[in-house]
Structures are given as C-alpha cells and as structure tokens.
Design a protein around this ligand. Structure first.
Ligand SMILES: Cc1cc2nc3c(=O)[nH]c(=O)nc-3n(C[C@H](O)[C@H](O)[C@H](O)COP(=O)(O)OP(=O)(O)OC[C@H]3O[C@@H](n4cnc5c(N)ncnc54)[C@H](O)[C@@H]3O)c2cc1C
Length: 289
C-alpha cells in the first residue's frame, strides 16, 4: 500500500483548495483495505474519491485520509443482463460511457459528474432529474464496525444529495439495476454533455454546485442570480457568470475566501427570501479551527 505524508491537499480537489495532509493511505487491494480497519474506525478519518465535492482548510487536514485512486480492483461488469456491478473507484464518466457502448439506458446523467462511483454513492449524486440511488440494488461496504458487508438499498436512507452513512465507512462497489423500461437513446449522452458545457463552467476550478437547491422548484442558482452579484469575488474565489451556483478558484483562492463568499451569499439569500441555503460542498477542517 502506498502511504504519502505532508502532501498539498489542493491537488486532491477539483477546486484546488487546501493546506497539507497528514497521512494519506492509498490501498491497492481488498487486503490493504482490511489492514486499514483501525484507521477507518477513527472518527475523523476521511475517505475521498476524485475530490470534486470537497475542499480542505488552509491549515490542512491533520487526520488520516484514505483515497481509492490506486485501488487495483476496478471493474464494471454486466450480470445476468439485469445488473451492473461497478467498483467505487471507477469514475462516473467511465460507467456512463460503458453503458452507452452497451446500449444500456439510464446512466447517461452520470457522464458529466467528475467524481467516482464511491463519491456519487456518498453524495447521492444526480443530474437531469435522476440520482444514483434510484438505480442501486445493493452496495458492498466497510461498515461502522469495520467489517466488509453487503447492504441492500432498502437499508440505506437517502434523499436529495444526502445519504445516511451511519453504518457505512467506505463504499467498495455497487450493484446497479438496469431498468429495461428505459429506452436507449444514442444521442442522449451527447445532449447532456452539450447542455453542461453550455450552462456550466466545466473547465474551471470548482466543486460544482456550492449550495443544494432549497426545493425542486427553487434552484439555488436562480436565487443567487436574482441578487445581481455575478462575478462577485472574495480573494481568489468568484461567482461564475455562466452558473452562479458554481464558485471558481482563479488559482489564488483559499479556503478562507471560499467560506467568506459562501457566508456572504447565504446572508443575502436569508435577508431577501428568508431561506437558509444548505451547502453541497463538504469542507473539512480540524477540530481546533
Ligand atoms: C464541474 C462539476 C460538475 C458537477 N456536477 C455535478 C452534478 O451534476 N451532480 C452532482 O450530484 N454532483 C456534481 N458535482 C459534484 C461531485 O462531482 C459529486 O458530488 C461527486 O459524486 C463526488 O465524487 P468524488 O469521487 O469526487 O467524491 P469526493 O469529492 O472525493 O468526496 C465527496 C464525499 O464523498 C465521500 N466519499 C468519496 N468516496 C467515498 C467512498 N468510496 N466511500 C465512502 N465515502 C466516500 C467523501 O468522504 C466526501 O464526503 C460536480 C462537480 C464538478 C466539479
């Protein structure tokens, strides 16, 4: 197993924010993951995917981190023409492309989500009115007592961009259901990608949407849009003109800038609409901060 220390955590996030790490464990096999049981059981140990929904404190993160980026057991396979078995370390884009090649409908929405299946399971990631847990049959996980076990979707409470991980420390893989009632459309993946590149700043340093939508009919972006603060900048972090729920790092941004901009926007929304926005981005800091 590879173990790294004192690494700039910004390189583990798509918004490029964070100080230095303590130990980062990069397990390569299931045996390595079993060896990490004690570390996984520590309350502040963090499992990360591609870092597309996280930022770290400017002071770094002093607890241990586990990244599946070097995990060898990456697989996607079709089982009985009914299910897809997929490792947590596989990217969402790769799963979407795999399904597209096999003419399997229902997973196109994952194409533009720049995370792993593990991260998508942890966040209940979704787009275009679909989310990953709508397709989950079961997951293999390391549970809260450190055992590797299979859990049915029925035992996991999920809601919009939220998953109750009380009994889950780490997602290993998922069994996804192929919905035969969905008709495969060869153009759908392209259409979704085009829509994203027109409406979202996909090539810049961000973590996607900063806030969750307060309700189905109230996108956070339309609330922020109404404030007329497009391009508002604090330090090196600014509100994207293309999609105002995306905050962009110009390269010099810090976690402090990010938190200040989040607070600034939240306060304006609260004052104008009496709505308390909830963060979608996960910001990790140390207990003494
Ligand atoms: C340009 C852009 C567009 C985006 N578009 C969307 C979108 O359309 N829809 C959407 O839902 N999100 C979107 N996101 C956010 C992000 O891509 C998703 O939340 C994604 O699922 C996160 O996956 P990740 O592997 O990057 O996880 P990370 O960001 O590394 O981690 C996110 C959370 O998941 C946990 N986690 C990660 N892997 C595991 C694991 N194996 N076991 C247990 N916990 C784990 C982490 O502890 C953390 O709490 C976007 C982000 C960007 C930058």
């Amino acid at each position: 197993m590879i173990i790294q220390k004192n690494i700039a955590l910004k390189s583990f996030t798509t918004i490029r924010i964070g100080g230095n790490s303590n130990k980062i464990y990069l397990p390569e096999s299931l045996e390595d993951i079993s060896r990490l049981k004690k570390i996984l059981l520590l309350p502040k140990t963090l499992v990360i995917g591609k870092g597309s929904n996280i930022a770290f404190s400017d002071n770094g993160y002093k607890s241990d981190i586990i990244s599946l980026s070097k995990y060898h057991n990456r697989h996607i396979s079709i089982i009985d023409n009914k299910y897809i078995s997929v490792s947590a370390s596989i990217s969402c884009a790769r799963l979407a492309k795999f399904c597209h090649k096999k003419s399997i409908a229902g997973f196109e929405f994952l194409h533009g989500i720049p995370g792993t299946i593990g991260g998508a399971l942890a966040m209940n990631a979704g787009a275009f009115k679909q989310s990953i847990w709508n397709s989950v049959d079961s997951v293999n996980v390391v549970n809260s007592i450190g055992d590797i076990t299979n859990i049915s979707y029925k035992k996991v409470k999920t809601s919009y961009r939220s998953v109750d991980k009380n009994n889950i420390l780490l997602f290993l893989d998922a069994l996804l259901v192929i919905n035969k009632r969905k008709v495969f459309d060869v153009n759908l993946l392209k259409e979704y990608s085009k829509h994203r590149s027109i409406t979202q700043p996909v090539r810049q340093w961000s973590s996607g949407c900063i806030f969750k939508n307060p309700s189905k009919n109230t996108p956070a972006s339309s609330l922020i849009d109404s404030l007329d603060i497009q391009k508002r900048k604090i330090g090196g972090i600014y509100i994207s003109k293309k999609h105002c729920n995306y905050f962009i790092n110009d390269g010099s941004g810090s976690c402090k800038d990010l938190i200040q901009l989040i607070k600034y926007v939240s306060k304006l929304i609260k004052n104008k609409y009496n709505i308390s926005l909830t963060r979608e981005i996960c910001i990790y800091s140390n207990s003494n901060e």
